[in-house]
Design a protein around this ligand. Structure first.
Ligand code: CAA
Ligand code: FAD
Length: 381
């Protein structure tokens, strides 16, 4: 694995860094406070190529690969994790449709997602009673003539109220994991009802809603992949999605460490800068080492995916370590700020709140350990 960035990767990172600094960071605190979903920002993210980083140019993507995607996610996440989670889910939906869709589906839906025309995408897998265990989901899809008719409820759907294109999982037969299929549903389809917006601890500018499908009819050709292949499609998408969330964790942790360095250099106690005491310096040294380890795990998983190698275990390792690292690093960042770390005048309290969900969504830490153990044991069977 080459640790030097290619020209394309450097370009994507610098584009994302500039965009994050100029367009995302200045509004991050306000949109968090006001729980405002920045629709206009996603149109711009589409214009600069960040909603389809690993999507072919012919469908409006940047065709820049998975490492570039990880780099872009890190930059936007360092500015605002609420914005980056919607960016992550949009890229994830676009990649899934690109990988498993028909030419017509790619033409219509991948292009809409990558360009920002769809605003964002949503990934509707979890249900009120089935999060870690999506094989138990109950939403049904029944074929009637040239339509599929969806009925049921989804829970925790990121960007659900704003998404122009959603990938929705539903049961097409009672056969457990093998009875699931994936469907493309457009925002505004009759019978798709947007539920209550969740009042969250963090990611407050991200939209999280329940969805209800009441005799929601979609054209028969909006099934994604083959009937019964839905569980596999979800797993494949989540493998890639976990690289996105690992990158998000790295971005948020980096922002927390940078803020801590700046603050402790400035803040005086006992007649000297806090940064001159050994205890805070050692704390920041440990934060830096853990961050670097998480970045390397994330880039390794991204590199494997980019090169068509198996990466399921490596993506879970990156997601597990990076999300737990971000929680530790953000906790220390609050500590290093003293009382000022606990108020919203400084950004570290937001980083701390935003990091918390990273060990929960896209598979909890316990689920990542199950995947890592399963894949490790496979090597010995
Ligand atoms: N790639 C391809 N196929 C896979 C796979 C993968 N990564 N993982 C499993 N499969 C296949 C298996 O090979 C198996 O196939 P066969 O039946 O043909 O042998 C089949 O899928 C079933 O596999 P398991 O028996 O391992 O399935 P399981 O029911 O035990 O579940 C699990 C495994 C890893 C726990 C899985 O259910 C899981 O990942 N759960 C977590 C769900 C999750 O992460 N949800 C996130 C929702 S999206 C989100 O959260 C977005 C956001 O926040 C922004
Ligand atoms: P449960 O599955 O009920 O788990 C509860 C606890 O039990 C956890 O600690 C878990 O690790 C543990 N547990 C469960 N099974 C096992 C086991 N076999 N072994 C050991 N421990 C176990 N979902 C989507 O589909 N799309 C989205 O866009 C989306 N966005 C989200 C955004 C936010 C802000 C949040 C909070 C969630 C989002 N989710 C989304 C859902 C998320 O993926 C689930 O919350 C997550 O997978 C956990 O499922 P659960 O909440 O049902 O918890």
């Amino acid at each position: 694995m080459n640790l030097e960035l290619t020209e394309t990767q450097t370009l994507i990172r610098d584009t994302a860094r500039k965009f994050a600094k100029e367009r995302v960071a200045p509004r991050a605190r306000t949109i968090d406070r006001e729980e405002y979903f920045p629709t206009e920002l996603f149109k711009e993210l589409g214009e600069v190529g960040l909603l389809g980083v690993n999507i072919p140019a012919r469908y409006g993507g940047s065709e820049a690969g998975v490492v570039s995607y990880a780099l872009a996610m890190m930059e936007v996440s360092a500015a605002c994790a609420s914005t980056s989670v919607a960016m992550a889910v949009t890229n994830m939906c676009a990649e899934l449709i690109n990988a498993y869709g028909t030419d017509a589906q790619r033409e219509k839906f991948v292009t809409k997602l990558a360009s920002g025309e769809a605003i964002v995408g949503s990934f509707a897998l979890s249900e009120p009673h089935a999060g870690s265990d999506p094989g138990a989901l109950l939403t049904s899809a029944v074929r009637k003539g040239d339509k599929w008719v969806l009925n049921g409820s989804k829970q925790w759907i990121t960007s659900g109220a704003y998404a122009g294109v959603m990938v929705v999982w539903a049961r097409t037969s009672p056969a457990g994991n093998k009875g699931l299929s994936a469907f493309i549903v457009e925002g505004g389809t009759k019978g798709l009802i947007i539920g209550k917006h969740e009042d969250k601890m963090g990611l407050r500018a991200s939209n999280t809603v329940s969805l209800t499908f009441e005799d929601c009819e979609i054209p028969a050709d909006q099934i994604l992949g083959k009937e019964g292949d839905g569980f596999k499609l979800a797993m494949v998408a989540l493998d890639g999605g976990r690289i996105g969330i690992a990158s998000q964790a790295c971005g948020v942790a980096r922002a927390a460490l940078d803020a801590s360095v700046r603050y402790t250099k400035d803040r005086k106690a006992f007649g000297q800068a806090v940064a001159e005491f050994q205890a805070p310096r050692f704390m920041m040294a440990d934060m830096k080492v853990q961050l670097a380890a998480a970045e390397l795990l994330t880039f390794r998983a991204a590199h494997l995916k980019e090169n068509g190698k198996p990466f399921t275990r490596e993506a879970s390792m990156a997601k597990l370590y990076a999300s737990e690292m971000a929680n530790r690093v953000c906790d220390k960042a609050v500590q290093l700020h003293g009382g000022y770390g606990y108020i919203d005048e400084f950004p570290v309290e937001r980083y701390f709140r935003d990091a918390r969900v990273q060990t929960i969504y896209e598979g909890t830490s316990e689920i990542q350990r199950m995947v890592i153990a399963r894949e490790t044991f496979k090597l010995f069977s």
